[in-house]
Design a protein around this ligand. Sequence first.
Ligand code: ADE
Length: 418
Amino acid sequence: MDCDVKDIKLAAKGKMRIEWAARFMPVLALIRKRFEKEKPLKGLKISGCLHITSETANLGITLKAGGAQVRLCASNPLSTQDEVAASIVRDYKISVFAVHGEDRNTYYKHIYQALEHKPDVTIDDGADLVSTLHTKKQAMLKNIIGGTEETTTGVIRLKSMERDKALKYPIIAVNDSETKFLFDNRYGTGQSTLDGILRATNFLFAGSTVVVAGYGWCGKGVARKASGLGANVIITEVNPIRALEAKMDGFNVQKMDDACTKGDVFVTVTGCEDVISKRHFSKFKNGAIICNSGHFDVEINKKQLAEYTTKKRLIRHSCEEYLLKNGKRIYLLGEGRLINLASAEGHPAMVMDMSFSNQALACEYLVKKGRGLANKVYKLPGQLDSEIATLKLKSLGITIDKLTPEQARYISSWQFGT
Ligand code: ADE
């Protein structure tokens, strides 16, 4: 079978991880059951550039159950779970091209390999697949019905392509479904980011000062969880509305130029470059821990950090000690890449259940409607979003109220007033 994984003999361990994740993905399981019967993706070739985790394995299995031929590659060099990659290949007969720690060349070689079967549909997490197709493999574009995008950064990139009229096929922004960003971005990133920091450092949050750069849904999650562990949280923002929101959520709001002297731990979650750069490094406290939970490793300027460093060593897994030119030491986690995946296991399956249910339904939607869509970025219809929430509530044993016919009339009417 066409694949490139670290060691196929790791598969037995990977299979157990995949089965463990499946326990927490009941909505995706329901979709899989329906897909097995209806085969809505029959004959479809899907290339997916995603974090190769036990949750992604369950998505791949679901797409295959729907009749698709699937090829997967990594969306980050450090997020691949090698044993899971091995099991996806051996036990589920899905091609995977991903090795944890792969260099940049191998990362792109794997993207090309995932595209080799000439996909009808692409699934991206960060838009590297779409970007590669549009810049290096244009001949394949005409076959493609559409694509999906998992993450905020990818959606921003794709909307910029749409604005420039560069986008050559329609995209469903899975990230923009409410059952995605309200849960995955907030609770998923919130918890898994702290999990990553803890695994890399065993740091005690209680009483510490944590600086969170960015107060989008991911930043909100990280700030809330750090606060829950007893940290004093400082938010840095460029958006005045989000900054105000952070203030009224009870957090201290400052400029990074000021916060950089106060933090024990720094987490960047902005999606932007150079959030922590040259002018901050010399001002950090001795022992400061810095990490990133945004999609790309651009938020902490690693080149400038290296220039201001006299010595570095890997002191713990995912934790590099930098001896700075001013004699202080700081600690960079996960090489400045997504700390939740580089050092921990990414978001828990419980939230990925909803994200990947959106992905599966988006693929089905593209088969049904893709040819009629313009080359734009779309949201998944709200009705599918609600359906996922309803199924998730049901899986949690929660029933909710229903509008009476009178209430339904009232709520949709403009005539009733004082
Ligand atoms: N993104 C964040 N967490 C993830 C996970 N567990 N699997 C796949 N993609 C992810």
